[in-house]
Design a protein around this ligand. Structure first.
Ligand code: ADP
Ligand code: ZN
Length: 771
């Protein structure tokens, strides 16, 4: 291969595609850089003269950072001509032709760094897909172009009829054309083109061009026949909810809406019409949905109505991700639908953000930057000055509270569309269920009876059990030994499929026990119920029906999730059982029975959101029943039927639940009444972790007392999961009414607190995991 841009031999004549850098009267002699490290400020560098035309905000540069000799990569966040006071190092190279992020994304990432207390460079590094930073999604291609007469030989060589045809095809083109494309167009081989290059009549050069992902290519091809489906005429409730959204789109400006509509009330229809309105106005929309809802069904619904839709899901290749990013950045995509990270889609003309199932905890990222996509989306909408719709049947209490304190506008859809009733929910008190002889059963006799009649009437059933594996509690009744992970403070789960005991936190595995390692007794008990055991029981109880399990163990291969859902839709699966994966967003008209095997799982976790999560899960799974013409029934097995969150879920009464739960939160000063930050300190040495956690919490107590800030410091204490992956963990919480107060004290203390090398700490602002 010849070098990319430079004359080589006659067949490799180079015509640079990109024009020379445009003349700029104000070159940038200095740049401010941030790095992918936990640092809270930018660093000044000088820009050598020859690099000044290329340096721009949003590009990456190579330079030396710190004492090390090794080159680092920095992001330019400002470029200017004001010399810093002390001498600064020069940058060595500019790595990008185009800025990777525009001003809006730059401002957004900066806000994230401030709010979530991490490095700006760390945020940028996390936000820009790896493929965009590299060259993924592009390929080398050869281009040809007719040379101007003065560059051709003075005496024109003779050409064959084929070659003549090619020259004619090139004559009226002002842009270079890819060789392969030209050959196809004219119907010749590339050898014919190369012959003309050799004769000096046309120039050939190489460049990197973008590869279209197959899905987007399909859209390109279908542009002529968009197959757009008609909007559904909205009912009165939908119209009433849509009117203010439409007005906000017309007016422009930041306007947050909370769309609270029961499952099947037609929320998605409102999103679609709002998006169409935005597209009509020449703008773009971002739609965030939980990863699990990115089904072909959902995607089709958006594609069918909105035209050029890019879908960002987690199992895209780097090249595909990079390609979508570039397409969004150049305005070729009108709607970006995706999970959490789609909030960073680089659309340049954003007109609306929609977040469906806004209460979903999967919108919170649990690694640095520990952001919540809903809060980032709100911030982005603010920066862009556009409306944002948060939609849910069971809004997060933060959003509900915001809608009741005037921070957002509440819109409600209290009824399902087309007069469909909400499914009847029946609580089954497991304390009074007749016990079957022998092994305790997962499916009680009441649930079993209803399943039989639903299946006999050609309906389908969904069964929820939010726990994976076969047995969840392996112990020795003689000495009380409980089988635990070697690296974590957690009991192991028996997975029969893998014939192993598995830690659900760190993935550590060991062989199943037949003998107690402590007392050498051989009466090891395998108790506790997981989805594998439930599946075995269902296959035994209903041998004439097809049973399928859906949890993260069975859904490991990409596409398996979709395949199961398609089979279920087609009716070739009768009973679908699984973890929360099956509870969300699915719309199967033939499901007439939904069973919750154990509603109490998760209710007693040491987490102030335990009740909220249980309510949401029950309400969501109940919403899967009766979505078609046949009415649905939901049966909930529980040992605590009097628990309010189970009772209100059974009555589909979100408002009553929210009132009660908010009263509890207010009383205990939990979010949304106070802002919270959680600090986690960990070390392989328990004493070191404890010492630093105590010291750090002490510094916070001193700082708040000194500046008389109203910040509560709760802890330190051992984390509920004390040992995790060989690290001992302590945590404490900071709480304050104002987020600004919390941030002030966090910045003040953390800037001077440096742990010893054996200890690490993390800050989690607005934490969603308390374990
Ligand atoms: P949600 O998002 O609230 O769960 P959807 O928007 O998915 O509800 O609507 C549920 C079903 O009802 C979908 O099949 C949708 O096409 C249909 N639908 C929505 N609005 C109407 C309407 N006004 N009249 C009839 N059917 C509707
Ligand atoms: Zn473990």
């Amino acid at each position: 291969m010849a070098s990319e841009r430079g004359w080589t031999d006659p067949t490799e004549r180079s015509l640079p595609l990109a024009a020379l850098p445009r003349y700029s009267p104000r070159m940038n002699a200095f740049a401010e850089l941030v790095f992918d490290r936990p640092l809270d400020h930018a660093f000044s560098y000088s820009v050598p003269l020859e690099l000044q035309p290329q340096v721009a905000v949003g590009k990456r540069v190579r330079c030396q950072f710190g004492r090390g000799e090794k080159a680092s990569i920095g992001y330019v966040v400002a470029a200017h001509n004001t010399a810093p006071e002390r001498e600064v190092k020069p940058i060595d190279a500019v790595l990008d032709d185009e800025a990777l992020v525009d001003d809006q994304l730059l401002a957004l990432t900066r806000w994230m760094a401030d709010y979530y207390l991490c490095g700006w460079g760390q945020v940028l590094h996390a936000v820009v897909p790896a493929g965009v930073r590299g060259t993924a999604g592009t390929r080398n291609a050869s281009f040809v172009q007719l040379l101007p007469r003065e560059q051709q030989p003075t005496v024109l060589p003779g050409v064959t009829p084929r070659q003549k045809q090619l020259l004619d095809a090139l004559k009226d083109r002002t842009e270079p054309v890819e060789m392969a494309v030209l050959a196809k167009e004219v119907g010749c081989t590339t050898a014919v083109i190369n012959a003309l290059v050799l004769k000096g009549l046309i120039g050939k050069f190489h460049d990197r061009i973008e590869k279209l992902p197959a899905t987007l290519q399909a859209i390109e091809d279908a542009v002529e026949v968009p197959h757009l489906t008609e909007a559904i005429p909205m009912n009165a409730d939908q119209q009433a909810a849509y009117a203010p959204i439409r007005a906000a789109i017309a007016e422009g400006g930041f306007r947050p809406f909370l769309l609270h509509g029961v499952t099947g009330s037609g929320k998605t229809e409102i999103y679609l019409q709002a998006i169409q309105e935005v597209i009509r106005r020449g703008r773009e929309a971002i739609v965030l949905v939980p990863e699990i809802s990115l089904t072909p069904q959902t995607i089709e619904r958006f594609r069918g109505r909105c035209g050029r839709v890019a879908v960002l899901h987690s199992n895209l290749t780097e090249a595909e991700r990079a390609s979508y990013w570039r397409h969004a950045a150049t305005g070729r995509v009108q709607v970006v639908v995706g999970a959490r990270s789609a909030v960073f889609a680089p659309t340049r003309n954003l007109g609306l953000i929609v977040i469906d199932e806004e209460h979903e905890t999967s919108f919170k990222q649990e690694t640095t930057p520990r952001y919540h996509a809903r809060d980032v989306a709100l911030q982005r909408a603010k920066l862009a000055g556009v409306p944002i719709i948060l939609g849910s049947a069971t809004p997060g209490l933060e959003s509900w509270h915001a809608a009741h304190t005037g921070a957002s506008t509440l819109l409600q859809l209290p009824l399902r569309v087309a007069g469909r009733p909400m499914p009847a929910v029946q609580l089954i008190d497991m304390r009074h269920e007749p016990r079957s002889p022998g092994q305790p059963r997962a499916v009680g006799s009441t649930l079993e009876r209803h399943m039989r009649s639903a299946l006999a009437a050609k309906g389908q059933a969904i069964l929820l059990l939010n726990r994976r594996g076969f047995s969840t509690h392996i112990h020795c009744p003689t000495c009380g030994y409980v089988s635990q992970c070697l690296h974590c403070d957690l009991s192991l789960t028996f997975h029969r499929d893998r014939a192993a005991l598995v830690c659900h936190y760190c993935g550590w595995e060991t062989l199943p026990l037949t003998q107690c390692p402590k007392c050498e007794g051989t009466a090891i008990r395998y108790q506790g119920l997981g989805t594998e055991k439930l599946q075995a029981e269902l296959e035994r109880l209903f041998p004439q029906y097809v049973v399928q399990r859906m949890d993260s163990d069975t859904m490991t291969k990409s596409g398996s999730h979709q395949r199961v859902l398609e089979a279920f839709r087609a009716g070739s699966i009768h009973i679908l059982l699984g973890t929360q994966m099956i509870a969300k967003g699915l719309d199967f008209p033939n499901v007439t029975l939904v069973g919750v095997v154990n509603a109490d799982v998760g209710l007693n976790l040491p987490d102030f959101r335990a009740a909220e999560r249980t309510f949401q899960l029950l309400a969501q799974v109940a919403g899967r029943a009766g979505r078609g013409d046949k009415p649905g029934l939901v049966m909930v097995q529980t040992h605590t039927p009097d628990h309010p969150c189970i009772g209100f879920a059974a009555k589909h009464d979100y408002t009553a639940f929210a009132d009660l739960e908010l009263a509890f939160r207010r009383e205990h000063q939990y979010p949304p009444y106070q802002k919270m930050a959680r600090l986690i300190v960990r070390s392989e040495q328990q004493d070191a972790a404890y010492a630093f956690a105590t010291q750090l919490a002490g510094s916070f107590k001193t700082a708040t007392a000194r500046s008389q800030l109203a910040v509560r410091v709760l802890g330190p204490a051992e984390c509920p999961v004390f040992k995790l992956q060989d690290y001992y963990r302590f945590h404490f919480q900071l709480q304050a009414v104002e987020s600004a107060t919390l941030h002030r004290v966090l910045r003040e203390v953390l800037s001077v607190s440096k742990p010893t090398s054996a200890v690490e700490y993390q800050v989690d602002v607005d934490p969603y995991s308390m374990m």
